[in-house]
Design a binder for this molecule. Structure first.
Ligand code: GLY
Length: 375
């Protein structure tokens, strides 16, 4: 298979639920052959959104047809609003209308929204059917398609309804990232940098030197995606259901989610990766405030995130003037990572030396927010 010659394969080791992540330019074209080989006789239902369907649907359908795999497509509206009960019903009923059976395969073709929604549908339709993640955004390739978190949003908050449901395969075609906007690429890049900040200091240094090449595409981009997936695979292997160390993947996310909530999840003002970028700098400055590291750690992280064009300060969020410490604290308190009233934060002792801190005093968080809002 030509695509495989250029591909990098990483295995997420989870005993009988282990699976491969295949990364490289053009690997999407191998999907039909892989289904025919691994799920002989199966049909496939492609769950996607209208934007991605127009860009990449034919590649997947063509590959499947070439390999003799019959497909049906269920397409939803693009955007976060599709992570809803209503759209879940549309997807589940679409799969059943298409006559899919338990042994057939669901292909989640799209970014994080589609991956989370379709992965959840795959877990509940006919009590579970196998699914393959075909992530088309950088964020989905390096984060949401790997590790089995699936679900939808509730009026109570984001990602509150769902399942841990591991895919059978992830095919991350790094060439499809050429169709992303600069802003989407940058937002996904925040999660790439996150792995360096968590526990990959050499990767962080490599990113400082090579970020322009990562954005340009080709080998450097594939290397960044593969290193990120490898880092995530290790974390997931150690703590699949987030009883402890998987929370490291939330570096910057508690603050970031609070900013997303404060703008009412208005993506024109702030997208997830931008919130994570600002949140990571805040988490590292918070680590300094709590005497876990010196100020140079946040300064170095901020310099890199700024160099790729990511926002790093609350003052860069349109409408930030309306933010207050209490409003942000309310959002933090509602975050699902708050456990029995205690605040859990991911802090750091240095670049690539992050750790999970339970029982962080709410007053310290308040003071930090007070200070950050005046910058
Ligand atoms: N995106 C965080 C996780 O997969 O645990």
């Amino acid at each position: 298979m030509d695509a495989d010659m250029m591909a990098n394969t990483i295995t997420v080791e989870l005993a009988e639920r282990s699976y491969d992540i295949v990364i490289g330019d053009g690997v999407l074209t191998s999907i039909g052959e892989r289904i025919a080989l691994n799920f002989p006789g199966s049909r496939a239902v492609i769950v996607t959104d209208e934007t991605v369907d127009a860009l990449h649907g034919e590649t997947v359908r063509g590959s499947c047809a070439f390999a003799g795999v019959e497909t049906e497509t269920v397409s939803v509206a693009a955007g976060e609003s599709s992570k809803s009960y209503a759209t879940l019903e549309t997807v589940v009923e679409g799969i059943l209308d298409a006559g899919m059976e338990r042994g057939d395969v669901l292909l989640a073709l799209g970014g994080g929204v589609v991956g989370d929604l379709a992965g959840f549908a795959a877990g509940i339709v006919r009590r579970g059917m196998p699914f393959i993640q075909l992530p088309t955004s950088l964020l989905a390739q390096v984060d949401s398609s790997v590790g089995g978190k699936t679900g939808i949003n509730s009026p109570h908050g984001k990602n509150l309804v769902g399942l841990f449901n591991q895919p059978r395969l992830v095919l991350a075609d790094t060439a499809v990232l050429d169709t992303l906007s600069e802003r989407e690429m940058r937002a996904g890049y925040a999660e790439v940098a996150k792995y360096g900040l968590i526990d990959q200091p050499e990767f962080f240094s490599w990113l400082e030197d090579n970020h322009a090449a990562v954005f340009a595409g080709g080998e450097a981009r594939a290397h960044a995606v593969a290193t990120s997936c490898k880092a995530k695979a290790e974390v997931v292997k150690a703590d699949e259901h987030e009883h402890g160390s998987r929370a490291l993947l939330n570096l910057g996310h508690t603050f970031g989610h609070a900013f997303e909530a404060a703008v009412g999840y208005d993506a024109t003002r702030l997208v997830h990766g931008e919130g994570v970028s600002i949140g990571m700098v805040m988490a590292l400055e918070f680590s300094n405030r709590l005497n876990h590291c010196g100020p140079e750690v946040a300064e170095r992280a901020e310099a890199h995130l700024r160099a790729v064009g990511l926002p790093t300060r609350i003052s860069q969020i349109p409408g930030h003037e309306a933010f207050t410490t209490e409003r942000l604290m309310d959002a933090i308190a509602q975050d699902k990572k708050v456990s029995r009233g205690a605040l859990t934060f991911i802090l750091a002792r240095g670049i690539g030396e992050s750790f999970v801190a339970n029982d962080v005093p709410a007053d310290a968080v308040r003071s930090h927010l007070d200070a950050a809002l005046t910058l």
